[in-house]
Design a binder for this molecule. Structure first.
Ligand SMILES: Nc1ncnc2c1ncn2[C@@H]1O[C@H](COP(=O)(O)OP(=O)(O)OP(=O)(O)O)[C@@H](O)[C@H]1O
Ligand SMILES: [Mg+2]
Length: 289
């Protein structure tokens, strides 16, 4: 009896503990940096299975996050290298030519340098939002919209774009500077990525189902749901302007996304039926001050 009991117990314990061994092995692998391994435990829906599935889901998230960071670092270095390489070429050409036109050279260097500064500043905003290193204050989003519109009105006039604002007081909590940046980026995009002429931008603010909501909508080229889904990734931009002098750096929406995330909000991008884009930012509503 004793022998049968011991052997039986040993077999049952072995079967029970086998999943744990697999989970431990997977944890060790992840610890050594291999994030692509999955446990994929099959069998009954018990506690072990639940633990293994949760661990697999965590690994998938981590893997996606790490590869996003790696792409980001590669793209950022590439983008930062471009203005430096252009500067180098301009200086080389100037040194070789016997009669350099200093005025033109200086102007071109200034343009390239401004671009490098813009890019670096955008990267700094992005990292500040990602670290959530800001204090939360009451903010009325509708006031931010008014302020941003005032700043960008000359740009809208130059692009022949009309801006239509509507909405009520929209109380949220967060960093006024970052939320202003978010509003400005969205409005800026809605103006510059609009129709060549007679474009319109609609900005609405308001409170809906416990969310402070900001919607920026604009006319423009027709977009597909698939192309829209990639726009918030850093350095993604529409092909049309990449080669022009005024091409953006492609960080505007990435900054919007990271500021929204830092404020526990939700960002939604949808193509408009008639062409153009609708962007909605929802932030947790706060009691009005
Ligand atoms: N409101 C919009 N309507 C249509 N397309 C848009 C809109 N906003 C963004 N896009 C598309 O998404 C791309 C990425 O936008 P994002 O703001 O991140 O970069 P950008 O505007 O090109 O450069 P910048 O960093 O200077 O803002 C744009 O290049 C454009 O193709
Ligand atoms: Mg932009």
């Amino acid at each position: 009896m004793l022998v049968i009991g011991l052997v039986g117990g040993w077999i049952v314990a072995g079967r029970m503990l086998a999943p744990l061994t697999r989970i431990t092995r997977a944890v060790r692998k992840a610890e050594n940096g291999s994030l692509s391994h999955r446990i994929e435990l099959e069998g009954r829906d018990d506690e072990f299975r639940e633990l293994a599935d949760a661990f697999d889901a965590m690994l998938a998230q981590l893997e996606a996050r790490v590869s996003e960071q790696q792409r980001f670092a590669a793209n950022a270095s590439h983008e930062l290298r471009t203005p430096l390489a252009v500067t180098q070429t301009l200086l080389d050409v100037a040194r070789r030519s016997p009669n350099p036109d200093d005025g033109e050279l200086l102007e071109r260097l200034r343009v390239v340098n401004t671009r490098a500064i813009d890019l670096t500043e955008a990267l700094l905003v992005l990292s500040r939002a990602d670290q959530r290193s800001f204090t939360r204050e009451p903010v009325d989003v509708s006031l931010l919209v008014e302020e941003a519109t005032e700043t960008l009105l000359p740009l809208a006039e130059r692009h022949g774009v009309a801006i239509d604002i509507s909405g009520d007081i929209t109380p949220a909590a967060g960093s006024p500077a970052l939320l202003f940046q978010l509003t400005t980026n969205l409005l800026h995009n809605a103006i510059v990525h609009n129709l060549p002429e007679d474009g319109t931008v609609w900005v609405t603010t308001g409170v809906e189902h416990e969310w402070a909501r900001l919607t920026v909508e604009n006319t423009g080229e027709r977009l597909t749901a698939q192309s829209v889904s990639t726009l918030t990734e850093a350095f993604q931009r529409g092909t049309e302007r990449v080669h022009s002098d005024h091409a953006g750096v492609g960080l505007g929406l990435a900054i919007v996304k990271s500021i929204t995330r830092a404020h526990d909000g939700i960002l939604t991008l949808t193509p408009r039926d008639g062409g153009g884009l609708r962007v909605t930012v929802q932030l947790p509503v706060s009691a009005p001050a």
